[in-house]
Design a protein around this ligand. Structure first.
Ligand code: PLP
Length: 382
């Protein structure tokens, strides 16, 4: 009997549902109640970085659950200190403090708060096509939120948007009233769109000129997905703050705000706060995720297999490729939604994006060439 027959569905009807019911998973495979084995090229919205049933990660959170499942941030715990130190080291030792939160939106909310605190200015500049989350401040810098779902009666601050890649607009929009510029170095929801070195460098340069804080939102592209720890490392371009979430805990809910020394200097006791952020279970998950990415050379794997995707998957309805690493966009010659449905009928799960012609692949970092071959063969038939 499926859970639907046993229980009435009381879930808020806000998510379109895929026609599948997952009861188990292993590696890059999802197992459904009706016995299907589905290749997961979507990784639960970029979360399942290590795939499913990863032994090291499972052991780490089990051990932490048995030792101590929760204590607040006011109670020192070694696992929290280790997680922060590992994250700073993983990011290249440029940042010097980490504030742990529960989600990507919450990380961005706090990054914006810190930018206002440091600069004492009022404006924020974001990029067209961006997605930064559903909370009041993160939603205010999300492209199109006001028209689609924002609903709060007013914006908490003045936000303006620069068209993607339009370097000329940078000095016009970013000035001495700008507290922060927030950018996804590779846009996720916007359609796996790589901003590229020149555009990001121009943002960094302008922020330096006017004293605005540059925030990289690496909630989706961060934590090894680009093939580097963060896109900031890939572009050797450090923002004043960096936010990350999704893959950070491999499915254990968590997010983080990484701050450079001049932002850390503006912190004071009780200036930021959270109950669950930095909980020991989340920190054990973060530590185990970083350890697995490093010891299993998963960033090398991401770089190699994403290149293989580009080389082999320009077949059937695929017109081109975009994005970076395992935030991979397949540009289609037909509507992406139709192709997504066709692939799911062939037991391959992929995502769509705000661009109706881009399919988004966000697979676990353990994906291999043999899995890409399965996708290629299915695409050939469409
Ligand atoms: C780039 C980016 N920032 C922020 C968020 C919001 O993260 P969360 O859903 O964890 O609040 C998302 C979620 O998709 C995202 O892709």
């Amino acid at each position: 009997m499926s859970s639907e027959e046993e229980y009435p569905n009381r879930l808020a009807p806000v998510f379109a549902q895929y026609p599948m019911d997952v009861v188990d998973a292993e590696g890059v495979w999802l197992h459904t109640s009706d016995g299907r084995k589905i290749l997961d090229l979507y990784g639960g919205h970029a979360v399942a970085a290590l795939g499913y049933k990863h032994p090291g990660w499972t052991r780490a959170i089990t051990k932490q659950a048995m030792e101590c499942n929760f204590q607040s941030n006011a109670v020192p715990m070694a696992v929290r200190v280790r997680a922060a130190a590992n994250l700073v080291r993983f990011a290249g030792d440029y940042f010097d403090s980490v504030f742990f939160v529960n989600s990507g939106a919450e990380a961005n909310e706090n990054a914006l708060r810190m930018a206002f605190r440091v600069t004492r200015r009022t404006g924020v500049v974001a990029i067209e096509g961006s997605f930064h989350g559903r909370t009041a401040a993160a939603g205010a810098v999300t492209w199109g939120a006001a028209q689609k779902w924002y609903e709060f009666p007013r914006m908490p601050f003045a936000a303006s948007f620069i068209p993607r890649g339009k370097i000329d607009a940078i000095p016009v929009k970013i000035d001495r009233n700008t507290a922060a510029v927030i950018v996804e170095p590779v846009q996720g929801v916007g359609g796996a769109y790589d901003m590229g070195a020149k555009f990001l460098e121009a943002l960094r340069k302008r922020c330096n000129e006017v004293g605005a804080m540059l925030i990289f939102d690496e909630v989706q592209i961060g934590m090894g997905r680009s093939g580097w720890p963060f896109a900031a490392n890939l572009y050797t371009l450090m923002p004043d703050m960096l936010t990350t979430a999704k893959a950070l805990g491999n499915g254990f809910p968590c997010g983080a705000l990484l701050m450079s020394p001049h932002v850390t200097n503006a912190l004071k006791v009780e200036g930021l706060g959270t109950t669950f952020g930095g909980g020991p279970m989340a920190c054990a998950a973060i530590e185990a995720t970083i350890a697995a990415i490093e010891t299993e050379n998963l960033m090398d794997n991401v770089r190699r297999v994403s290149e293989y995707l580009r080389e082999t998957c320009t077949v059937g309805p695929v017109g081109g490729h975009q994005g970076r690493g395992f935030l991979h966009g397949l540009r289609m010659v037909r509507p992406a939604k139709d192709i997504q449905q066709e692939l799911l009928k062939r037991d391959i799960l992929v995502g769509t994006s705000a661009d109706p012609f881009v399919l988004r692949l966000l697979p676990p970092y353990i994906l291999k060439e043999e899995h890409v071959d399965i996708l290629r063969d299915a695409l050939k038939d469409l």
